[in-house]
Design a protein around this ligand. Structure first.
Ligand code: PMP
Length: 315
């Protein structure tokens, strides 16, 4: 799908996966005008395919486009093009319980621009790939390290939108952490260096007794769709859930910690390392993480009734 700046997107076409051509002075290559989304299609036991809350991705893309001075597809255009792409790639959706089809929509400034300005033309495209677990640990607990120097997002920046530059900003800390054997990095707020923000590609939750807390969305954290869904699932399961400032001290004193995201689903955290000290939360997956993981994934795969009305069935 293509669109001039300030215009609307025209209907796109399905193409075989392959290289795309870009002008060397395309806005995305020079000034980072790029946004992406991530969602999954799951196969039900009857063979039909379910999408999980695709309108939420459409709305988040629109919010990001506004911040990045880009036009965006309408919610209908977004959802319909996701459906068309998934249906055309139906055979790549793994059987129930064996993974999912990851869907990657990209919105970029594809028109040429030399002086700093929004690009004159935009391209929206979608590609897909079958995926299994995001972390090599699978559902086994992951080990995080808290980053104290490098920040993912700053107040007034672009941390709350899914723009490509945010991911470039975490590559260094993530690579260093992985080389030391950690699964990923947990970022702190850059003003007080004391409150939790999020992990490189997922949101974080802290469990203490019947209370579950997660950092509030305040401009530097991505409003995760899994985060939003888990908050609702946890409340429906009788937990007290709070969105607020969560300090490192609370994290270190938690009963259980877990991450959420489309790719990671619900990933238990086994340990957190902060200023050289490692705090462990136990060996296996915690009871709360397990419960929330089961409720969410069974709903996403159509194993239990979708009482939340979150799934979209493709036929
Ligand atoms: N935070 C970041 C930085 C992410 O990249 C993601 C993945 N999109 C998330 C959180 C989780 O968001 P979602 O649940 O919508 O996948």
């Amino acid at each position: 799908m293509k669109c001039p700046h300030g215009g609307t997107f025209s209907k796109g076409e399905l193409k075989r996966f392959g290289n795309i051509e870009l002008n060397p002075s395309a806005g995305v290559l020079n000034y980072g005008q790029g946004l992406f989304e991530g969602l999954k299609a799951y196969r039900k036991e009857d063979g039909n395919i379910l999408l999980f809350r695709p309108e939420e991705n459409a709305l988040r893309l629109q919010m990001g486009a506004e911040r990045m001075c880009m036009p965006s597809p309408t919610v209908d255009q977004f959802v319909e093009s996701i459906k068309d792409t998934v249906l055309a790639n139906k055979r790549w959706v793994p059987p129930t319980g064996k993974g999912s089809l990851y869907i990657r929509p990209l919105l970029m400034g594809s028109g040429p621009v030399l002086g700093l300005a929004p690009a004159p033309e935009y391209t929206f495209l979608i590609y897909v790939s079958p995926v299994g677990n995001y972390f090599k640990e699978g559902l086994a607990p992951i080990n995080l390290i808290i980053e104290n120097e490098l920040h993912r997002a700053t107040p007034g920046g672009t941390g709350s939108v899914k723009t490509i530059g945010n991911y470039a900003a975490v590559l260094k800390a993530q690579s260093v952490a992985k080389a030391k054997g950690y699964s990923d990095v947990l970022y702190l707020d850059c003003v007080h260096k004391k409150y939790l923000e999020e992990v490189s590609s997922c949101n974080i939750f802290v469990v203490k007794g019947n209370n579950i807390s997660t950092p509030a969305i305040k401009g530097t954290i991505l409003p995760g769709i899994t985060r939003k869904s888990i908050i609702d699932v946890a409340r429906s399961q009788g937990f007290q859930v709070e969105e607020r400032l969560v300090s490192v001290d609370e994290l270190l004193d938690a009963d259980e910690v877990f991450c959420t995201g489309t790719a990671v689903v619900v990933s238990p955290v086994g340990s957190v390392t902060y200023l050289g000290n490692r705090v462990s939360y136990g060996e296996g997956i915690g009871a709360v993480s397990q419960q929330l993981y089961s409720v969410l994934t069974r709903l996403q795969m159509g194993i239990t009734e979708d009482v939340m009305n979150w799934t979209v069935e493709l036929r």
